[in-house]
Design a protein around this ligand. Sequence first.
Ligand SMILES: [Zn+2]
Length: 551
Amino acid sequence: MTVDRPADLVLLGGRIATMDPARSWATAVAIRDGRIVVVGDDAAARPLVGPRTRVIELRGRTVTPGFGDAHVHPVHGGLARLRCELHGSRGQETYLAIVAAYAAGHPDEPWIHGSGWQMDDFPGGVPGKAALDRIAPDRPVFLQSRDGHSAWVNSRALELAGVTSGTPDPVDGRIDRDSDGGPVGGLQEGAMDLVARLVPATTEDELVEALRLGQAELHSLGITNWQDAIVTPDMEEVAYTRLAGRGELTGRVIGALWWERARGADQIDELVERRLRTAVGRYAPTSVKIMQDGVLENFTGAVLEPYLGPDGRPTANRGLSQVNPEALKGYVSRIDALGFQPHFHAIGERAVREALDAVEAARWANGVTDTRPHIAHIQVVHPADVTRFRRLGVVANAQPYWACHEGQMDNLTIPFLGPERAGWQYPFRTLRAAGASLAMGSDWSVSTANPLLEMEVAVNRVSDLSRGEQPPFLPDERIELVDALAAFTAGTAWVNHLDRDLGSLEVGKTGDLVVLDRDLFDRDAGEIGEARVVGTFIDGIPVFEDAALEG
Ligand SMILES: [Zn+2]
């Protein structure tokens, strides 16, 4: 060995979870020219401290690889901040107070546009126009739900859109109606477009500002790489290409190009063209996002057996397959052959099966490729499908924050699935035991972007909002903290095709890491989600730090 040049950054005295294949631990790491040159004990790293080396004394705090988020919408998260933001608030009265304050504070905006309400804050999950009409009788209001699958609108918005009792439901959605068939103010899935198309378009500057805010939020939570789960040409693509074009995209981003379900294979040439034309800096649009169903709470999730009604008897409704499952096989085979990664949204057990069937068809057509297909959400997995994830090489992309008892689960989901099927939800341990690769993500702005809060639910199946109050949700499906951490590091790096460079702290990999304020694995130090990120580094360069990092 030659005498090494000094490192740029040396961290000493920590509990460093390297997340290498052995899950080994170290106390020190050194980074030079953006890459890790030492992982080991303090004695191995100290010789690399030179006069200009930044040295951080960890004093027993945990360092992990930079977190990844396998399914997130940072532009939406940022836009929500710029608009009428209901995320993080609860209850109809609170929502109305926020809308009223926003309306008063933005008298010149032609529309009141916002997002973040939760279905279970309304009777039957359906919001009403009347309450909004009292606040905004003359101005149209369009408020998307937290999960983006429903909208709450006022009478003025319905009037401008021409939605009346005579308006038929679109094929991919539903207008919530009263007994006379008149619209009540809730629009589900594709029915949102009836009003959404009238809302003034977001400007390019707003999109870039939104991504800047979203990126800062993710970095502050330790996230260094992510997969943007919906990239459309006039929204996210604008934000990424502009920010990355200026060299200001610090996160490493895989873009999942939105599959337009109203179209067919004719859009594939455009996807190929956009993959070539819009890749810039740290942005690579190499995935295709196929939304195969809706969500269970509004009965648009695709299920094998019908939903139950309020009386506990089966209804006629099995939800919606957004893409015809036979056609899906052909599309997925084509995009897989072209080297795109299929990224499915699948909530109900039929949608999960249809996605797996499509990958199976692609495997028959193309053999085993390295596109690493993944199914996001995987809320209900039929037991017969569990082993197919490993056999087909499909990554289970879980959003663990939802795997707990809360209103939406207890009031709007379990009663309508029935007891047996309700027990098939979020089967993380079962999938792991069957050899599935697990990656995790937040789906922010649907729910918090904080991986530590999400890991807490993966481990405890109780959310931070009901610690000590709720029993664990399906406790047999709890996983170990080290496995949850792996899903947010090695797992996300794998699904993002970044595993050669990151996902673990090993010599030669990039200096992407997170410093926490404590020993994450010491339960006497508090709950997992109480831990805080005090420093986030990409290529050894801080993209977020607070005073406690050096303190
Ligand atoms: Zn999503």
